[in-house]
Structure formats: structure tokens, C-alpha cells
Design a protein around this ligand. Structure first.
Ligand code: DAH
Length: 370
């Protein structure tokens, strides 16, 4: 009978169907109200008795088989669709995650940490002293009496005074503390300044504790100046050591140790006589050039980098007795040395940079190199 062929044909078509809509078409074609199976059923009326019953059973079986084939195909298609979806949206939680861009400390901060580490090896403790301070700590206690013209060398920013009483949001006046309330001027400590150097930490440290003192103060400094080697805000570093019988030898040894640790084993320092009000004797510290090794010459020609064999690093000297006295320390019993120089200047020398502004413009192309 035909129904066998029909079943084969239907099964094949169903098996090959690639979409729900094709399946639906097939369902209509075979099982629909006017479909092939329905037509066979209609023809049953022409038959009689047993034959009709037998063919009726066969047709029911055919209908059943086709229904099952449709169901199976539909299930298979759904499973396949789910598998595809699973594949497309697969999340393997065991895979390494996407890394966020990883930043690093600013090159100036790196230098500050490195300098602190080197001095810590010699027992120097890092301190933080104000970056807005009284004239007294920035100048007067450093052997520059009120009105002394040596102040002029520092291009200092003074804080403008105000006669206004500062109040809290609720209208109550702030407590009358140093500089909080009135003019930025104190009867004894003078005006307030943006510290032009870190030397303000010297007498503050002496006031804080008795010798032996070994401290470094690294802080921001401010001066009214701006060009390729000067910025209105920059960083300085100040070393201070006070103990019994401290001499220039200790200063020289400390500087050499630092130069080797920071710049490299073959570097040396040299002291040149100079003048600072707060040290006596005073020196400028030079460091031997890393290119020509301090000779000033390469193959008989003048070194283009240093031109003399040496680079100027900063100032230093033996703490002036008046500074010790200002800090309440007896200069007959104790002596000490101090040194100070700019962090950016050191970095520029180490990295051979010519423009100080690179440190402040937050240019990632520059910063990511370090
Ligand atoms: N404070 C000086 C400046 O900014 C540098 C300096 C010189 C610091 C000599 C010192 C020192 O501690 O002893 O120009």
C-alpha cells in the first residue's frame, strides 16, 4: 500500500527540514485538514468491512509515525539551537580574566622612595614638615635675621594677610590658632610662605627631639620662577645629621655613599666652597659625570654632556652654630651637617632630560617609559 512510501517520503523530508517553518509546512502537507493523510482517510469510506478496518489501522499508524517524526525533528532542532547558543555565549570561568590597564607610581614618587630607601640604610628617618610655613622656619631660624637680604635669593611666595575672622559654616569663629584666624603674620614667627626650600625642616626637627638626629625631609617647594629647568612647584630633599664630633668627613662619606647608590658604583662627589647663611663652611656638591667618568674628556675631546667632568647636584655644609642654637642645641657639644637639593634636578641628570616640565604635564607617552 502507498502509506509505506508516504511514510518514507515524509520521514526524509522531515529529517532534512532546517527550520520551524519548513516543519510546519510539512505538518500541514501530511497531517493538515486537507493533507495527504486526511485524504487517505476520506478514501476509506469507499472500502468495506475488514479491509476498511485494516487500512484504517494502517492509516492511524502512519499518522502516528509522522507525528512522532515531526516531534523528534522539532526536539532535535531545539537542542541544536540551544547548543549553538551555548557555544556562542560560552563563558569559561577558568580562563584568565581580561587585565585592567596597570598603572605605576609617578617617576618623581619613585625617586622619592628610592632616595628615602638609600638614606634609610644609613639610619636617616624620613620626616614630613610643612610646605606652607612661617618665615621663621624658612629663613630666620636659618641665620637670616628679619629683613636680611639673603631672603631675596629664594624667589619666595608669601601668603597674603587677611584681617577677616574665619568662621565655621554655622557662623562660629574658628579657634585662634597660628595663622588660622587673622593675617598670615605671627608676632614672633613672621609671615607665612610657601616653603622655597626644605631647609625649614632643620629647626623643626631640632625642636622635636634631641640629638643624635638623622633625618631627611622631602617636600614640595615653591619659587617664583619658570623655564625649562625651573618650575614654580618642585620637590626638594633635605638631609640633616647632628651628633657629637660630626665633621666634613662624615658629610663627604654620606654624599659618596648616596652618589654610588643612586647613580652608580663608579660615581664620586666633590665639594666646592660656597656660601649659605645656614652652614659654615658651605659647599656646592658636584657629582662626577657618568659619561666621561669625571675627566671632562672622551678620546681627547671635551665631554659634551658635562663639559667639565662634573655636574652640580646641590648645596651642603656644616650646620651653622646659630642654627643649632635656634633649635636649642649647644654648638659646643654638638655639630652636624646638612645637605639639600632638588629631586627633579637629580632625575633630569640621571635620565638626561632637558625640560623639567615633563614631570608635571601628565603625558602618558613620557610617563609610561619609566
Ligand atoms: N636650601 C638650599 C637651597 O634651596 C640648599 C641647601 C644648601 C640645603 C645647603 C642645605 C645646605 O641643607 O646645607 O638652595
Amino acid at each position: 500500500m502507498k502509506s509505506n512510501n508516504i511514510l518514507q517520503e515524509a520521514k526524509q523530508a522531515i529529517e532534512q527540514a532546517q527550520s520551524q517553518s519548513v516543519l510546519e509546512e510539512l505538518r500541514v502537507k501530511y497531517l493538515g485538514r486537507k493533507g495527504i493523510v486526511a485524504e487517505f482517510f476520506a478514501q476509506l469510506t469507499k472500502l468495506k468491512g475488514d479491509e476498511r478496518a485494516r487500512q484504517g489501522q494502517e492509516l492511524n499508524a502512519l499518522k502516528h509515525e509522522i507525528t512522532r517524526a515531526l516531534e523528534q525533528r522539532e526536539n532535535a532542532m531545539q537542542t541544536l539551537a540551544l547548543e549553538k547558543l551555548a557555544e556562542a555565549e560560552a563563558l569559561d570561568v577558568t580562563l584568565p580574566g581580561a587585565r585592567l590597564p596597570y598603572g605605576h607610581l609617578h617617576i618623581t614618587t619613585q625617586a622619592i622612595e628610592e632616595i628615602s630607601r638609600i638614606f634609610a640604610q644609613l639610619g636617616f628617618q624620613r620626616m614630613r614638615y610643612p610646605e606652607i610655613d612661617w618665615d621663621y622656619y624658612a629663613f630666620e631660624s636659618l641665620n637670616m635675621p628679619k629683613g636680611h637680604p639673603a631672603r631675596d635669593e629664594w624667589e619666595t611666595f608669601f601668603i597674603a594677610g587677611s584681617q577677616q575672622t574665619l568662621t565655621r559654616p554655622n557662623g562660629h569663629p574658628l579657634p585662634e590658632r597660628e595663622g588660622r584666624v587673622r593675617a598670615a603674620e605671627h608676632p614672633k614667627l613672621g609671615r607665612m610662605v610657601l616653603t622655597p626650600h626644605t631647609s625649614n625642616g632643620q629647626v623643626r626637627e631640632m625642636e622635636r627631639r634631641r640629638p643624635p638626629i638623622r633625618m631627611i625631609n622631602i617636600a614640595k617647594c615653591y619659587r617664583r620662577q619658570s623655564d625649562v629647568t625651573h618650575a614654580p612647584m618642585f620637590h626638594q630633599f633635605e638631609g640633616l645629621l647632628i651628633d657629637r664630633n660630626v665633621s666634613v668627613t662624615h658629610l663627604k662619606g654620606t654624599l659618596d655613599y648616596f652618589a654610588r647608590a643612586y647613580y652608580g658604583k663608579d660615581r664620586r662627589t666633590r665639594l666646592r666652597p660656597f656660601h649659605f647663611r645656614f652652614t659654615e663652611p658651605s659647599f656646592e656638591i658636584d657629582i662626577s659625570c657618568g659619561i666621561c667618568g669625571g675627566t671632562g674628556e672622551i678620546h681627547g675631546e671635551r665631554c659634551k654632556v658635562c663639559k667639565s667632568g662634573w655636574h652640580e647636584l646641590g648645596g651642603a655644609g656644616m650646620v651653622h652654630p646659630n642654627v643649632l642654637k635656634a633649635g636649642g642645641i649647644d654648638p659646643k657639644e654638638y655639630s652636624g651637617f646638612a645637605c639639600g637639593w632638588g629631586i627633579e634636578r637629580m632625575l633630569m641628570m640621571k635620565l638626561k632630560l632637558s625640560d623639567i616640565r615633563a614631570f608635571y604635564i601628565a603625558d602618558l607617552n613620557f610617563l609610561e617609559q619609566f
